[in-house]
Design a protein around this ligand. Structure first.
Ligand code: S6P
Ligand code: ZN
Length: 194
Protein backbone atom coordinates (compact mmCIF):
# COMPACT_ATOMS: atom_id res chain seq x y z
CA UNK A 1 0.00 0.00 0.00
CA UNK A 2 1.41 3.42 -0.93
CA UNK A 3 1.78 5.79 2.00
CA UNK A 4 0.05 8.83 0.45
CA UNK A 5 0.03 12.30 2.03
CA UNK A 6 0.05 12.78 5.80
CA UNK A 7 -3.02 14.30 7.51
CA UNK A 8 -2.56 18.02 8.03
CA UNK A 9 -4.30 21.04 9.45
CA UNK A 10 -3.95 24.61 8.28
CA UNK A 11 -5.36 27.92 9.50
CA UNK A 12 -6.73 30.55 7.16
CA UNK A 13 -5.65 34.03 8.21
CA UNK A 14 -8.85 35.60 9.61
CA UNK A 15 -7.99 38.98 8.06
CA UNK A 16 -7.01 37.88 4.56
CA UNK A 17 -8.41 34.35 4.18
CA UNK A 18 -4.99 33.19 2.95
CA UNK A 19 -3.68 29.88 4.35
CA UNK A 20 -0.95 30.56 6.89
CA UNK A 21 1.11 27.82 5.21
CA UNK A 22 0.92 27.27 1.46
CA UNK A 23 3.29 25.74 -1.09
CA UNK A 24 2.84 27.67 -4.34
CA UNK A 25 1.77 31.22 -5.08
CA UNK A 26 0.69 32.42 -8.53
CA UNK A 27 0.13 36.06 -9.37
CA UNK A 28 -1.97 36.88 -12.44
CA UNK A 29 -1.55 40.36 -13.82
CA UNK A 30 -3.53 42.01 -16.62
CA UNK A 31 -0.84 40.97 -19.13
CA UNK A 32 -1.44 37.31 -18.20
CA UNK A 33 -5.11 37.75 -19.15
CA UNK A 34 -4.48 39.15 -22.63
CA UNK A 35 -7.23 37.82 -24.89
CA UNK A 36 -9.66 37.03 -22.06
CA UNK A 37 -11.40 40.40 -21.49
CA UNK A 38 -13.86 41.54 -24.16
CA UNK A 39 -12.37 45.01 -24.64
CA UNK A 40 -8.96 44.21 -26.12
CA UNK A 41 -8.20 47.83 -27.02
CA UNK A 42 -8.77 48.85 -23.40
CA UNK A 43 -6.35 46.13 -22.22
CA UNK A 44 -3.67 47.10 -24.73
CA UNK A 45 -4.17 50.80 -23.89
CA UNK A 46 -3.50 50.16 -20.19
CA UNK A 47 -0.50 47.92 -20.88
CA UNK A 48 0.83 50.47 -23.39
CA UNK A 49 0.77 53.12 -20.62
CA UNK A 50 2.76 50.80 -18.36
CA UNK A 51 -0.25 49.83 -16.23
CA UNK A 52 -0.28 46.14 -15.43
CA UNK A 53 -2.38 45.66 -12.27
CA UNK A 54 -2.60 42.42 -10.31
CA UNK A 55 -5.99 40.85 -11.07
CA UNK A 56 -5.72 37.82 -8.77
CA UNK A 57 -3.44 35.65 -6.69
CA UNK A 58 -3.70 31.92 -6.00
CA UNK A 59 -2.18 30.30 -2.90
CA UNK A 60 -1.99 26.54 -3.35
CA UNK A 61 -1.57 23.52 -1.14
CA UNK A 62 -1.31 20.96 -3.93
CA UNK A 63 -1.04 17.18 -3.77
CA UNK A 64 0.67 15.12 -6.45
CA UNK A 65 -1.80 14.42 -9.30
CA UNK A 66 -3.39 11.14 -8.27
CA UNK A 67 -6.91 9.74 -8.08
CA UNK A 68 -8.41 10.10 -4.61
CA UNK A 69 -6.34 13.13 -3.53
CA UNK A 70 -7.59 16.69 -3.12
CA UNK A 71 -5.64 19.90 -3.64
CA UNK A 72 -6.57 23.13 -1.88
CA UNK A 73 -6.19 26.63 -3.27
CA UNK A 74 -7.18 30.02 -1.98
CA UNK A 75 -7.89 32.67 -4.63
CA UNK A 76 -7.72 36.39 -3.88
CA UNK A 77 -9.52 38.22 -6.67
CA UNK A 78 -8.95 41.97 -6.56
CA UNK A 79 -11.76 44.49 -7.10
CA UNK A 80 -11.76 46.48 -10.33
CA UNK A 81 -12.91 46.63 -13.92
CA UNK A 82 -11.40 46.37 -17.38
CA UNK A 83 -13.60 48.73 -19.34
CA UNK A 84 -17.10 47.75 -18.20
CA UNK A 85 -16.16 44.19 -17.23
CA UNK A 86 -15.45 43.27 -13.63
CA UNK A 87 -12.12 41.62 -12.84
CA UNK A 88 -12.29 37.85 -13.25
CA UNK A 89 -10.18 34.70 -13.27
CA UNK A 90 -9.24 33.18 -16.64
CA UNK A 91 -11.73 30.37 -16.15
CA UNK A 92 -11.20 26.77 -17.17
CA UNK A 93 -12.63 23.35 -17.78
CA UNK A 94 -10.87 20.60 -15.89
CA UNK A 95 -8.52 18.72 -18.23
CA UNK A 96 -9.72 15.48 -16.61
CA UNK A 97 -13.38 16.06 -17.42
CA UNK A 98 -15.26 13.87 -14.90
CA UNK A 99 -13.94 15.87 -11.92
CA UNK A 100 -15.94 18.25 -9.76
CA UNK A 101 -14.92 21.01 -7.36
CA UNK A 102 -16.19 22.94 -4.34
CA UNK A 103 -15.69 26.65 -3.63
CA UNK A 104 -16.14 28.06 -0.12
CA UNK A 105 -16.56 31.85 0.06
CA UNK A 106 -14.33 33.56 2.64
CA UNK A 107 -14.40 37.31 1.87
CA UNK A 108 -16.23 39.75 -0.37
CA UNK A 109 -18.75 38.73 -2.97
CA UNK A 110 -19.12 37.96 -6.63
CA UNK A 111 -20.37 35.47 -9.17
CA UNK A 112 -19.12 32.06 -10.23
CA UNK A 113 -20.02 31.78 -13.89
CA UNK A 114 -20.39 28.18 -15.05
CA UNK A 115 -20.79 26.91 -18.59
CA UNK A 116 -20.92 23.55 -20.36
CA UNK A 117 -19.34 22.79 -23.74
CA UNK A 118 -22.84 22.71 -25.28
CA UNK A 119 -23.44 26.27 -24.06
CA UNK A 120 -25.57 25.91 -20.91
CA UNK A 121 -24.82 28.73 -18.47
CA UNK A 122 -25.25 29.03 -14.68
CA UNK A 123 -24.25 32.21 -12.80
CA UNK A 124 -24.09 31.44 -9.05
CA UNK A 125 -23.45 34.01 -6.30
CA UNK A 126 -20.55 33.43 -3.90
CA UNK A 127 -20.04 35.44 -0.74
CA UNK A 128 -18.38 34.86 2.63
CA UNK A 129 -20.01 31.82 4.18
CA UNK A 130 -21.46 30.56 0.87
CA UNK A 131 -20.59 27.36 -0.97
CA UNK A 132 -20.69 26.63 -4.71
CA UNK A 133 -20.59 23.13 -6.15
CA UNK A 134 -19.08 22.81 -9.62
CA UNK A 135 -20.15 19.54 -11.27
CA UNK A 136 -17.97 17.66 -13.78
CA UNK A 137 -17.77 19.20 -17.28
CA UNK A 138 -18.73 22.74 -16.23
CA UNK A 139 -16.16 25.45 -16.95
CA UNK A 140 -15.90 27.97 -14.11
CA UNK A 141 -14.83 31.60 -13.86
CA UNK A 142 -14.93 33.76 -10.72
CA UNK A 143 -15.97 37.40 -11.07
CA UNK A 144 -15.55 40.01 -8.34
CA UNK A 145 -18.53 42.40 -8.35
CA UNK A 146 -17.75 43.84 -4.91
CA UNK A 147 -15.71 46.78 -3.70
CA UNK A 148 -13.24 44.69 -1.70
CA UNK A 149 -11.21 41.58 -2.42
CA UNK A 150 -13.17 38.41 -3.16
CA UNK A 151 -11.51 35.43 -1.45
CA UNK A 152 -12.52 31.79 -1.66
CA UNK A 153 -11.13 28.35 -0.96
CA UNK A 154 -11.25 25.75 -3.76
CA UNK A 155 -11.14 22.00 -3.07
CA UNK A 156 -10.55 19.87 -6.17
CA UNK A 157 -9.11 16.51 -7.26
CA UNK A 158 -5.35 16.85 -7.51
CA UNK A 159 -5.38 15.27 -10.99
CA UNK A 160 -8.15 17.57 -12.37
CA UNK A 161 -5.78 19.81 -14.36
CA UNK A 162 -6.77 22.97 -16.28
CA UNK A 163 -7.98 23.49 -19.84
CA UNK A 164 -7.66 27.25 -20.40
CA UNK A 165 -7.43 27.11 -24.19
CA UNK A 166 -11.12 26.28 -24.79
CA UNK A 167 -12.13 29.38 -22.82
CA UNK A 168 -9.56 31.60 -24.52
CA UNK A 169 -10.81 30.40 -27.91
CA UNK A 170 -14.59 30.56 -27.37
CA UNK A 171 -15.07 32.79 -24.31
CA UNK A 172 -18.05 32.51 -21.98
CA UNK A 173 -21.54 33.07 -23.39
CA UNK A 174 -22.14 35.85 -20.83
CA UNK A 175 -20.22 38.94 -19.72
CA UNK A 176 -20.65 40.51 -16.30
CA UNK A 177 -20.53 44.27 -16.76
CA UNK A 178 -21.34 47.34 -14.72
CA UNK A 179 -24.44 49.22 -15.88
CA UNK A 180 -25.80 52.13 -13.84
CA UNK A 181 -23.32 51.17 -11.08
CA UNK A 182 -24.86 47.66 -10.81
CA UNK A 183 -23.63 44.29 -12.12
CA UNK A 184 -25.51 43.08 -15.19
CA UNK A 185 -25.10 39.76 -16.95
CA UNK A 186 -25.28 40.35 -20.70
CA UNK A 187 -24.91 38.13 -23.75
CA UNK A 188 -21.35 37.97 -25.03
CA UNK A 189 -21.59 39.14 -28.65
CA UNK A 190 -18.66 36.89 -29.63
CA UNK A 191 -19.05 34.09 -27.06
CA UNK A 192 -20.28 30.67 -28.10
CA UNK A 193 -23.29 29.42 -26.14
CA UNK A 194 -27.00 29.85 -25.54
C1 S6P B 1 -8.72 25.08 -9.58
C2 S6P B 1 -9.69 26.10 -9.02
C3 S6P B 1 -9.11 27.46 -8.60
C4 S6P B 1 -8.63 28.33 -9.80
C5 S6P B 1 -8.30 29.77 -9.37
C6 S6P B 1 -7.78 30.62 -10.52
O1 S6P B 1 -9.40 24.02 -10.17
O2 S6P B 1 -10.80 26.27 -9.87
O3 S6P B 1 -8.09 27.30 -7.68
O4 S6P B 1 -7.51 27.72 -10.42
O5 S6P B 1 -9.45 30.36 -8.85
O6 S6P B 1 -8.61 30.53 -11.64
P1 S6P B 1 -8.01 30.10 -13.06
O7 S6P B 1 -9.20 29.97 -13.95
O8 S6P B 1 -7.03 31.11 -13.48
O9 S6P B 1 -7.34 28.74 -12.81
ZN1 ZN C 1 -11.29 24.34 -11.29
Amino acid sequence: MSKGPKPFQVDLDPKTGIPCRYKDKQVRRLSDLRGFFSDNDFVEGLLGRGKNPIIYEVYEIPQIPSEGLFSLACTVLHPGKVGREYYFTKGHFHAKEPTSEVYVGLKGNGIILLQTRDGRVAPLPLKAGGVVYIPPRWAHRSINTGKGKMVFLAIYPSDAGHDYESIKRSGFARLLVERGSKPRLIKNPVGKGK
